[in-house]
Design a protein around this ligand. Sequence first.
Ligand code: HEC
Ligand code: HEC
Ligand code: HEC
Ligand code: HEC
Ligand code: HEC
Length: 243
Amino acid sequence: MRNIFLFALAAVSLAWAADARADSSCVTCHESAVGVPYLEHNLADWKKSPHAKAAITCEACHGGDAAKTEKAAAHAGMLPSTDPKSRVYFTRIPETCGACHAAEAAAFRKSRHSAELKSSGRGPNCVTCHGSMANHVLAPRELEMTCTLCHRRPTQAYATLLSLETAGQAIGRLSKKLDRASASGVDVKTQQESLARAKADYRGAVVDWHTFKMDAVLKASQEAAKQANTASRDLELKEKLHD
Ligand code: HEC
Ligand code: HEC
Ligand code: HEC
Ligand code: HEC
Ligand code: HEC
């Protein structure tokens, strides 16, 4: 049953991606532009990215006119990433991504990283961590390695991201338990409230991540996990009494 469901989902997203391709001359032409290695590389990266799955095509980041099929017309207004006026010039990337990822970009603007990016160019931008197609897996270990590109001392990134993951899992477990307990007639009002609070703390921590105030993020994620775990234990007790 589950497999059938997943298969249906995959079919739907494939259909979306196919539509996006047909709509964007950038994708259609670059797909057939062979013999230009760096172009093929980028197309392959894009295909594997969450953006391809969400039908976000090349022009969303690069500009240009995806309705034109002729190269010069399609490229009009598009600038290479080395041009300071380009939407993908390294200091302008947060603004370009922020058009769609407003919460992350707003948090990032408050960070020392953003200030350094603007003043000295030494701060990271969105693609330093996510890759230009945002297809990097941000596992805790890999992330710590990204931080040590610029920081000699450990940055707490590993512990913080792990703590976020743990909180997300605790929330998932509580959510499942709540469904089960309320189906069997247990009063779950208090635990439902705990779930809402834990979710809000977790969401806040995820967004605050991009301020890189690691202490605050760590604290909020630990708080979220604690709330969810306590509520889970309370529910188990209630279910036992109910039986
Ligand atoms: C008709 C084919 C065609 C279309 C349509 C097309 N491109 Fe290209 N593009 C190319 C080729 C070929 C190159 C390799 C460099 C060259 O020949 O100009 C290229 C180069 C590029 C580059 C690298 C530019 C550089 O200066 O290094 C980018 C980025 C790019 N295209 C993005 C886009 C975007 C975004 C669109 C849609 C708005 C698009 N392309 C539409 C064929 C196309
Ligand atoms: C989510 C944003 C995003 C999308 C979508 C995207 N790109 Fe890019 N692309 C970038 C960024 C940012 C760079 C700048 C180089 C870097 O930082 O890696 C770049 C660099 C490039 C380059 C190297 C030339 C240059 O100007 O640096 C090419 C070629 C390219 N992209 C083609 C494409 C094509 C073709 C697509 C669609 C299949 C696409 N990109 C989709 C963000 C994007
Ligand atoms: C035109 C809108 C748009 C632009 C521009 C854009 N994105 Fe996205 N991005 C999306 C959508 C839609 C998704 C898939 C749904 C989601 O997870 O939010 C996505 C997904 C992502 C994800 C995966 C999120 C997850 O939960 O797995 C990351 C990371 C990301 N984008 C980073 C970037 C970066 C970095 C840039 C700039 C280089 C960028 N995006 C530019 C719309 C955009
Ligand atoms: C120094 C590294 C770093 C930089 C710079 C960075 N990010 Fe992230 N980003 C991460 C990590 C790590 C996560 C995963 C946090 C988590 O568990 O949700 C993340 C998560 C995300 C997500 C998914 C959030 C979600 O709801 O799960 C998006 C979208 C995103 N970043 C976009 C951006 C954008 C846009 C920028 C630039 C304004 C940016 N990031 C800059 C490391 C970075
Ligand atoms: C491209 C280089 C670069 C990368 C990658 C990078 N940083 Fe930074 N970071 C800087 C610079 C530059 C500063 C400002 C000078 C300093 O404090 O060393 C800074 C400052 C900081 C600060 C101090 C912030 C404050 O408010 O005072 C923290 C915390 C931090 N980074 C965490 C991280 C974490 C965590 C990662 C990985 C997810 C990371 N950095 C990745 C360049 C980088």
